[in-house]
Design a protein around this ligand. Sequence first.
Ligand code: AMP
Length: 280
Amino acid sequence: MKVYRSKVLLRKDVGLLKRKGRVIGLVPTMGFLHEGHLSLIRKARKDSDCVVVSIFVNPAQFGPKEDFKKYPRDLKKDLALCQCSGVDMVFVPDLKSMYPEGFSAYVNVEGLTKGLCGASRPWHFRGVTTIVTKLFNIVSPDIAYFGQKDAQQAVVIKKMARDLDMPVRIKVMPIARERDGLAMSSRNAYLNPAERSQAPALYKSLRLARDLYKRKERDPEKIIAGMRKLIEREKHARIEYISIVDPETLVGVKRISGKTLVALAVRIGKTRLIDNVVLN
Ligand code: AMP
């Protein structure tokens, strides 16, 4: 496994492999790796000849009052996990090389980024699509892997790749969960024990949505009301949104028919958590 700080060296080495016809798989991350990230890496390992993992906490996707500075970081452990998972190349750029002085070009996907998480974090997806475009340009992956955990992000990135004719396949992998159902996230590290014990309410509410749907409930308002009630029982929980939307357009549905995404964002104490399920 080789660790790259320099995008020039990484691009050169990947270029050599591409000229030999090797398939390059990219897993973009912000580090503090957990089983969710590792599931993407394992899939990349199966599909591709060369697995590249990027580790970069991207300031452009954080708001001014958000947790960029205190976002958890543990490069040593991340590199050990990458090594154990058969990663070939790890890209760990520094801030200045990704956003040099005077940086001013951004990639934006319109429409899809307005609702759900975009409503409270209007800058967020522009930061994501910009960094992912940069990573695609540096690594030229044949396949890039994203998690369903960030459902809106996955839809936005697929749309970006399609609309801008990016020569890359986007694969979206299922959500990795803790035993009690909490979706794995680097931000779970922020939760104190009392908050951690309440955090599974997110997934419980999504399971309730699935149960109601199985019992033929098709009215999103009724499902959302049930979910709300369940989450509001937890005293550290503050719901930001619960939305039932079309999984491609992310537009709210009036009645559930066919594949539908139930997505939510909830603050547990100060920690903002997201999760989702797809009803099918
Ligand atoms: P992050 O480091 O949080 O930016 O995540 C990097 C990638 O891992 C993104 O594509 C996430 O959607 C994905 N990811 C994060 N958590 C999970 C999870 N619990 N299950 C599956 N994928 C995940």
